[in-house]
Design a protein around this ligand. Structure first.
Ligand code: PHE
Ligand code: ZN
Length: 869
């Protein structure tokens, strides 16, 4: 949020900083409403800059005094900073400012959370702490002195000295201001240690409030595992004597990679078996890894400017995905990644907020921490590895670390480390510059035993980018015979042009693909049932939307037999989408063959329970809506909801005879561990419990809810019970049991709204915003309530529009408190053009109402303006 009127910033306008900063000394006299920050900064003119103007960013602070080389200096204040006349030589800037952490509800800069001082500086929060050139290409060494009576005083780097009521920290690694952090509070530490491959002994701490000390052990194990992994896989060791993590209750995002002092949303680090679900544990492990991995991809090498955000985020997400795949089940990990990509990034890229992974302009950088920059950014790195092969990929990364350590760089710098003239990478950089998800249409034609595969790509125009070019797309394909055996290993065919064809002779002993010119017109689809089946986009090697028009027989074969586990899941998903789409349109009922295959896969002993849990789940209402839209139909959320209900009921009845047996067979009997094996079994039992509930009205689930000794089982049961006669009693009991655990109460809020039937969702949400435990200032609680409403697709999009109105009311309220979280949540409206015109119009009316709010933040203004188009 800026007080000045919003301005668009362009990548093309980048200029190098006018001054380098050689060192920064900061002193904090902490006080809830009047913290004094004194800074002593050594500036040096940058010989590479023609500009000698001296400009420092600064917002929401009172300047007490300013000196240059010890002499008081007159400064000119601007709405978001200051200027001053400075010597044409190195000089020392000193300033004292006063800031008010307590009234800082935006949670950017220095703020208070439950009596604890903490900071959030990415992207532009440091300018709320002191006057500074707050841009990532200004890197410096920081020394920080904190004065406070609070017992724990932390900053970046290594502790150098401390005494009664003060502590000093020094960070030897030059860093941009966005990686600065400070914490002061009445905290306790869960401590451990680690010796790096380079022989450095590192003290590890997770700092929390005393009540939470029993929720740190898992995070600590995840941290050590991440440290080992980054040494083993990328050859990167940690570089300070201490690594601290702090849990904070009020936080806009998941976590932040500040050098040596990661600050975490408590939901992203605190976990015990009683209070956290398997999904929470898995997320915590991934976020701890992600923030730790940033130490090299983000901190040691950082971004030149914020247009390069994907340089650190896309790469670091890819690294945390690799870590999860190595630590848990790789196929399950990939399915989860793809579900998230489709649910958030494909959706974003298909709507008015579509933007390139490296955008050319932005108004508010906070609005660009998007699924596109993170998740699609990660997919691009994955394709790089697929195209180059692992060896050349890691060679390129090593080159990147060697060449750019200590620098603030661009995507071009990164890409050059892989040899930008490598013919295998021709055109590849378009992936960073072009927005939109490519659609790839596959046609197959048989001539005798020869199969010709023709692929055609098209990326639909978007508002920001009308003309789209062909992208180099790695198509990972397999071919399986009627018995489900692989005829070929997975081959990566490079689709570089708009249309390309490949041919394979399936009768040779080792069939292999060869390039062909476009397919001849007299070729025909094979209708022989023993013809081999194509397995396409194995492992989801490319982030594309595939149109392959495969027959139900082919999909059933892939679902049952594909050696690529991801593709087996994908075939089941395609069948489900086709079936549910047709059901929602009222044109077809599920085929017996599909229902049988579904039951078989639920029971299949050859597949891991975690996989079976995923494969038996139906695509989300939003996924089905998107699918219908892509076929040219206007989706009806209520009809989709009803179709999902009908099909689930049909599955429950079809599998009825085996449900109790499967449920008993996969119960975990050992003591709780949040690992892949146990959580897979619990996930499968959770799916089965949902089906059983459809048949027994909730008796089994009520039993599990009452007896559960871990949160996964308890919450799964509670979710099943919503909508049954047991709901009220169980919800009440759950609340009484967990009223003192805020992260559990977030779940209690979320599940009632998330699982509510469409007609109830906004009523339940409204009721809960009036609950004594609702707190608009806490982002987690706000998201658990209004975010859960937006995620309940059929409930949010009820025809009357009550969901839209309720969300708009609350976004208007939140904007005056926390613009960043408000702006992020406006994306609930990004799908307005997908629905019928009545719904679309109601959504637009609510957005215009938000936009007409006096003093609306620039964050929210930018988002709504872009969504309205
Ligand atoms: N850089 C953080 C991460 O990805 C995310 C973040 C951005 C946190 C902005 C706070 C503010 O890991
Ligand atoms: Zn990150």
């Amino acid at each position: 949020m800026k007080d000045a009127s919003p301005q668009t910033i362009y990548l093309a306008d980048y200029t190098v900083p006018a001054y380098h900063v050689d060192s920064v000394h900061l002193t904090f006299q902490l006080h809830p409403t009047a913290t004094r920050v004194t800074s002593k900064i050594a500036f040096r003119p940058n010989p590479e800059s023609a500009d000698r103007a001296f400009y420092l960013h600064g917002e929401h602070m009172k300047l007490i005094s300013a000196r240059i080389d010890g002499q008081p200096v007159d400064v000119s204040l601007t709405p978001d900073g200051l200027t001053a006349d400075v010597p044409d030589a190195p000089f020392i800037w000193e300033a004292e400012v006063e800031i008010d952490p307590q009234s800082n509800t935006a949670l950017e800069g220095l703020y208070l959370s439950n009596g604890m001082f903490c900071t959030q500086c990415e992207a532009e929060g440091f300018r709320r702490i002191t006057y500074y050139p707050d841009r990532p290409d200004v890197m410096s060494v920081f020394t920080v002195r904190i004065m406070s009576d609070l017992p724990v005083l932390l900053s970046n780097g290594n502790p150098t000295d401390s005494g009664d009521g003060w502590a000093e920290w020094h960070d030897p690694w030059p860093k941009p201001a966005y990686l600065f952090a400070l914490v002061a509070g009445d905290l306790v530490a869960h401590s451990d240690s680690f010796t790096t491959s380079e022989g450095r002994d590192v003290a590890l701490n997770i700092y929390v409030r005393a009540d939470d000390i029993d929720k740190c052990a898992f995070g600590m194990e995840a941290l050590k595992a991440s440290m080992v992994w980054d040494e083993r896989v990328y050859g990167r060791a940690y570089d300070l004597d201490i690594f601290n993590i702090v849990a904070v209750d009020d936080f806009n995002m998941g976590a932040m990679e500040n050098k040596g002092l990661n600050i975490f949303n408590s939901s992203a680090v605190l976990a015990s078996p009683e209070t956290a679900t398997d999904a929470n544990f898995e997320r915590i492990e991934a976020i701890i890894a992600h923030e730790y991995f940033h130490n090299w991809t983000g901190n040691r090498i950082t971004c030149r400017d914020w247009f390069q955000l994907c340089l650190k985020e896309g790469l670091t997400v890819f690294r945390d995905q690799q870590f999860t795949a190595d630590t848990r089940d790789p196929a399950v990990a990939r399915i989860n990644d793809v579900n998230a990509l489709r649910g958030r990034q494909f959706r974003e890229d298909a709507g008015p907020l579509s933007h390139a992974v490296r955008p050319d302009s932005f108004v508010e950088i906070n609005n660009f921490y998007t699924a596109t920059i993170y998740e699609k950014g990660a997919e691009i790195i994955r394709m790089l590895m697929t195209i180059l092969g692992e060896e050349d990929y890691y060679k390129g990364l090593t080159e990147y670390f060697d060449r750019h350590d200590g620098q603030a760089v661009t995507i071009e710098d990164f890409f050059a480390c892989f040899g930008d003239d490598d013919p295998r990478l021709a055109g590849f950089s378009r992936w960073w510059h072009q927005s939109g998800t490519p659609h790839v249409t596959i046609e197959q034609a048989w001539q005798g035993s020869e199969l010709t595969l023709t692929a055609r790509q098209e990326t639909p125009p978007s508002a920001q980018q009308q003309h789209k070019e062909a992208l180099p797309i790695p198509l990972a394909v397999g071919l399986i015979d009627a018995d489900g055996r692989d005829l070929t290993p997975t081959s990566v065919l490079m689709l570089n042009d708009t249309t390309q064809s490949w041919t394979i002779d399936t009768r040779t002993t080792t069939p292999a693909w060869r390039d062909t010119n476009a397919s001849a017109s007299d070729q025909q689809n094979s209708d022989a049932s023993d013809a081999p089946t194509l397995s396409l986009n194995r492992g989801f090697a490319a982030p594309i939307i595939l149109h392959a028009d495969q027959s139900e027989n082919d999909l059933l074969r892939l679902m049952a037999h594909d050696s690529d586990t991801f593709s087996a899941w994908e075939a089941g998903r395609t069948l489900a989408l086709n079936t549910l789409g047709d059901m929602a349109r009222g044109i077809k009922t599920p085929s017996d063959a599909y229902v049988d295959a579904w039951c078989l896969s639920l029971r299949s002993e050859d597949r891991a329970p975690a996989f079976r849990a995923l494969a038996s789940a139906l695509p989300s209402t939003m996924d089905i809506a998107t699918h219908l839209k892509s076929q040219g139909h206007t989706p009806d959320p209520q009809a989709i909801y009803d179709a999902r209900e009908t099909l689930s009921q049909q599955f429950a009845e079809a599998a009825q005879d085996s449900l109790q047996r499967l449920f008993a067979q996969h119960q975990v009997t050992q003591s709780y561990r949040p690992d892949a094996e146990q959580s897979g079994k619990r996930a499968l039992c959770g799916r089965i419990l949902g089906l059983i509930t459809r048949l027994d009205g909730g008796a089994e689930a009520a039993k599990q809810h009452a007896n559960a000794d871990n949160m996964t089982s308890q919450l799964t049961a509670l979710g099943c019970l919503i909508g049954t006669e047991h709901a009220t009693k169980s919800l009440e009991a759950f609340y009484q049991q967990w009223a003192h655990e805020r992260l559990v109460i977030d779940k209690w809020f979320g599940i009632q709204i998330g699982q509510a039937a469409p007609a109830d969702a906004s009523k339940v949400a409204k009721f809960l915003t009036e609950h004594e435990a609702f707190n608009v200032k806490n982002p987690n609680r706000f998201r658990a309530t209004l975010g859960a409403l937006a995620a309940n697709t059929a409930g949010f999009h009820t025809a009357g529009g009550s969901g839209y109105a309720l969300l708009a009311d609350w976004l208007i309220t939140l904007d005056g408190i926390n613009p960043q979280t408000t702006a992020r949540m406006t994306s609930a409206f990004e799908t307005w053009a997908m629905w019928d015109s009545a719904r679309g119009e109601k959504m637009r009316v609510e957005m215009k109402r938000i936009l007409s709010t006096p003093n609306l933040s620039s964050d929210t203004t930018e988002m709504i303006t872009r969504i309205l188009g």
